[in-house]
Design a binder for this molecule. Structure first.
Ligand SMILES: Nc1nc2c(c(=O)[nH]1)N[C@H]1C(S)=C(S)[C@@H](COP(=O)(O)OP(=O)(O)OC[C@H]3O[C@@H](n4cnc5c(=O)[nH]c(N)nc54)[C@H](O)[C@@H]3O)O[C@H]1N2
Ligand SMILES: Nc1nc2c(c(=O)[nH]1)N[C@H]1C(S)=C(S)[C@@H](COP(=O)(O)OP(=O)(O)OC[C@H]3O[C@@H](n4cnc5c(=O)[nH]c(N)nc54)[C@H](O)[C@@H]3O)O[C@H]1N2
Ligand SMILES: [Mo]
Length: 778
């Protein structure tokens, strides 16, 4: 089905091996090695002085918010080192002194650049000036800022309808930039506001909205310290949210227990050495998970049902296991939930989930008496066909145990990008929110569109069908992040104009519309000046707290503009006569915040209240207010078992992150915790499955997925034996996104099924001697 792309660009680069080395998976996460790794990256990318200065200001009250994940900062922050290895890598990546400037684009055509790997593209460094790729040309060339805005205005004026424009957001933007961007789209007349969260925690948002009345988590950081049991399901905090480990450590020191639910026994959950205290750097660390439940991919619902069934049986004896007063007062649906639960056969549930009964009994024993329970989760639950139902099943546990709206208990969807939650809070959403529209009419004096827009998967299909002409991206790397890379590439190419507001070069700059623009922007660590005034912006962390972020580094070049400024200038050039003073909005962020206070729900006096520790946005679950839900109560739900019809030679593939990447940005080629070095093209597979397939370590295979009769192939991967349930395999994204069909996604949230892709393994060559010789590390 693949069709050649315009300008001869490649969606994969050359698929070459990079000389793999294998070691044992590491059991201790973080520790001194983590700090050393972080500093190594920092020093290499930005020099010693620049990196020390910046690291000291990251996540401090007078500094900037870490550009990596959205985990909150403790109130009594450590004066140094309130960062983690990954934060330091993210910073080094942004503050690098390398430059992708006009000379690079003069020398390299887009086709030539696209032959490189994502890792190599990112290494070119920071984008330095606005660039245009004209129809028929193969090279980007400089364009003035005003020239770029004029070109955008001209294209927007040529649209037949506002819905021919699409505005994608990635979660690194500020509240101010995201709010202006959403406002620009709505002022134009469209709700086409797809967001990276559509591929990420959308299933959480939908599930939590339906059951608890708010699409966000309910816990605050201090709750984790107090919890009796924390469940960590489908999340790899040691790699993706390392600062969460210190919170888990506090929980454990207070006597709490941690249960990990994951097909893999991830390093951070085995043992953690806190790099922030001495014992962490030299001692033996803390054993994190008291219990590991190696669930099969997408069998969390059977596992939870079995646990709930066993708890229900115990409860029927003494009525002390479930919190009946809570259930009575705050929930609806108890009887139908219990009737449904009674139907399942325990043996069948046990077999489906693949976890030993002894381990499940241990989990039941831990949960039985506990009243303060927190469930943390991430992509392992959301990126399945039944992603929404997965989360609703864990909410059932919390509701039955009355573990909500009190200290030490609640929901904790661990968000990804550092401001992905804030972007949504200030209006990046494709559906219509009538209350917000009313406030827009009242305070901004324009008529917002009253029909639904497109999310990520709908946008891709619309582009592919030629329904969209202009595609804007506020950050991100849409092509590589989205599913079905070839289909998405063809979709993007249908556009007349594509515009990327970005910091670093990536493949979405190379696979473009007929005309393409790159608008280079300031990174979060950089000083954002308006004349002599230093500006700041605000962000919301994973727990709903809004605070300020002020860059401190000298910008990579003098020709970068801030995201709000770029959006405002684009709007100012396009609109001839508009009720909003776009020019001033691009200059004065206090003015943007005044509008945020009036238009976005829960924001009030943001400029002032975001100072210092910041403020929490309202959260109804914390007050046990479910008045917005049917009967005014939280909803216990009936969720069906996931059904997979795997052919006898098919495996279930999860596509996940290595330790050296941030989504599509590849910092390095090692996955230290999993013992893989200098290579990303690997498939983790159970030894017994290898035997059944006649495969040896480092054999070369293709992965093929077949959906709706279409075969998609990811070429050239190396077999790596791993402790993973039989029938399950794992590999890294974005390389494997070519396998994920664009039209298969979670019901109701439309999150692509990135964690349960059915694939066949096709051996194409035996292990090469040169690879084996260098593969063992001691
Ligand atoms: N360093 C770093 N930090 C990051 C990111 C990054 O790329 N690099 N990305 C950020 C973003 S945007 C996000 S959304 C988060 C992502 O954070 P995670 O969700 O932790 O990221 P993934 O690597 O996708 O890992 C998913 C985990 O789920 C498990 N899993 C897969 N399938 C299942 C299943 O069916 N059931 C269960 N129970 N577990 C399963 C996998 O084994 C893996 O441990 O991290 C954020 N932080
Ligand atoms: N198969 C598979 N696919 C997945 C996932 C998976 O687990 N498996 N995970 C999904 C998830 S959870 C997510 S969140 C998405 C991520 O999707 P995206 O958010 O679209 O991707 P990123 O890789 O985070 O985007 C990186 C790019 O953002 C730009 N950038 C970085 N910082 C800034 C900034 O401050 N401002 C601006 N304007 N640009 C900046 C840089 O140019 C960089 O190249 O991917 C999804 N795709
Ligand atoms: Mo994410």
């Amino acid at each position: 089905m693949s069709k050649p792309l315009r300008r001869g660009v490649s969606i994969t680069g050359i698929e070459e091996f990079t000389n793999i080395k294998l070691g044992d998976p590491v059991r201790d996460a973080a520790g001194m090695l983590g700090v050393k790794e972080a500093l190594k990256h920092g020093f290499k990318e930005m020099g010693v002085l620049r990196s020390m200065g910046a690291l000291l200001k990251m996540n401090q009250k007078d500094g900037f918010d870490c550009p990596s994940c959205a985990w909150p900062d403790p109130e009594n922050r450590s004066p140094v080192a309130e960062y983690c290895e990954n934060g330091a890598k993210a910073l080094a990546d942004e503050a690098t002194t390398a430059k992708a400037d006009k000379n690079l684009f003069k020398k390299w055509s887009v086709a030539e650049l696209s032959q490189l790997s994502d890792y190599e593209l990112n290494k070119f460094g920071r984008l330095t000036e606005p660039l245009v790729l004209k129809p028929g040309s193969n090279h980007y060339e400089p364009i003035s800022w005003q020239g770029a805005y004029d070109l955008i205005a001209q294209h927007l004026k040529e649209l037949n309808a506002p819905d021919e424009a699409i505005f994608y957001t990635s979660g690194r933007s500020s509240n101010e930039a995201a709010f202006l961007y959403g406002t620009f789209a709505r002022a134009l007349g469209t709700n086409n506001l797809p967001d990276c969260s559509n591929m990420c925690h959308e299933s959480s948002g939908v599930a939590l909205g339906e059951t608890l009345g708010i699409g966000k988590g309910s816990t605050v950081l201090e709750d984790l310290y107090e919890a009796e049991v924390i469940l960590i399901a489908g999340q790899n905090p040691g790699t993706n949210h390392p600062r969460m480990m210190s919170a888990l450590e506090k929980c454990k020191n207070n006597g709490g227990k941690v249960i990990s639910i994951n097909p893999l026994e991830e390093s951070g959950l085995v043992n953690f050495k806190n790099p922030q205290h001495l014992s962490g750097t030299i001692g033996s660390g803390v054993q994190m998970a008291d219990l590991h439940l190696p669930v099969k991919i997408n069998q969390d619902i059977p596992l939870m049902k079995l646990i709930l069934k066993k708890l229900a049986t115990l409860d029927s004896i003494d009525h002390q296991v479930f919190d009946h007063a809570f259930i009575e007062k705050y929930t609806s649906g108890y009887q139908s939930f219990m009737n449904d639960l009674a139907q399942y056969d325990e043996e069948d549930l046990l077999e489906r989930c693949g976890v030993s009964e002894a381990s499940i009994n241990k989990a039941v024993a831990m949960l039985r008496k506990s009243k303060k329970i927190i469930v943390c989760w991430a992509m392992g639950l959301t990126q399945h066909k039944n992603g929404v139902e997965n989360i609703r099943e864990f909410v059932n546990l919390l509701l039955l145990k009355g573990a909500l709206g009190k200290p030490g208990a609640g929901t904790c969807p661990v968000r990804g990008h550092s401001n992905v939650q804030g972007d949504r809070s200030v209006g990046i959403q494709h559906f219509v929110d009538e209350a917000m529209n009313e406030r827009i009419r009242k305070h901004m004096a324009f008529e917002p569109p009253a029909h639904k827009g497109w999310d990520v998967v709908e946008s891709i299909q619309a582009m592919h069908e030629g329904k969209a002409k202009a595609f804007f991206c506020l950050g991100g790397n849409f092509l590589m992040a989205a599913s079905d890379t070839q289909y998405t590439a063809e979709a993007i190419e249908q556009c007349e104009l594509t515009v990327q507001i970005s910091t670093k070069l990536n493949r979405t700059h190379l696979v473009t519309g007929k005309t393409a623009l790159i608008l280079p922007t300031l990174g979060r660590s950089e000083k954002d000046m308006n004349g002599d005034t230093k500006r700041y912006f605000t962000v919301e962390n994973s727990m709903g707290k809004v605070s300020q972020s002020k860059g401190i580094l000298k910008p990579a070049t003098g020709n970068l503009r801030s995201e709000p400024q770029i959006i405002a200038e684009m709007a100012n050039t396009f609109f001839d006569n508009h009720p909003l003073d776009w020019k001033r909005l691009g200059e004065d962020y206090d003015l943007i915040r005044e509008y945020i206070d009036k238009v976005a729900k829960g924001f009030e006096d943001t400029s002032k209240r975001s100072e210092g520790h910041g403020f929490y946005l309202p959260n109804n679950v914390r007050n046990l207010d479910f008045s917005m839900l049917p009967e005014g109560k939280a909803q216990l739900t009936v969720n069906k078992l996931p059904e997979h019809t795997l052919a006898s030679d098919e495996f279930m593939l999860m596509t996940m992150r290595s330790h050296d990447q941030f989504n599509t940005t590849i910092y390095g080629l090692d996955d230290r915790y999993r013992g893989v070095y200098n290579e990303r093209r690997v498939v983790f597979i159970n030894k017994e499955d290898m035997k059944d397939l006649g495969l040896q370590k480092l054999d070369i295979v293709n992965l093929n997925s077949t959906y709706d009769g279409i075969v998609r192939t990811a070429r050239k991967f190396l077999i790596v034996p791993y402790n993973i349930p039989k029938g399950n395999i794992a590999a890294y994204f974005p390389e494997t996104n070519v396998l994920v069909p664009y039209n298969h996604f979670a019901e109701r949230s439309q999150t692509p099924i990135s964690k349960s892709v059915k694939v066949r393994i096709e051996k194409i060559a035996a292990a090469e001697q040169r690879l084996i010789d260098s593969s063992e590390l001691n």
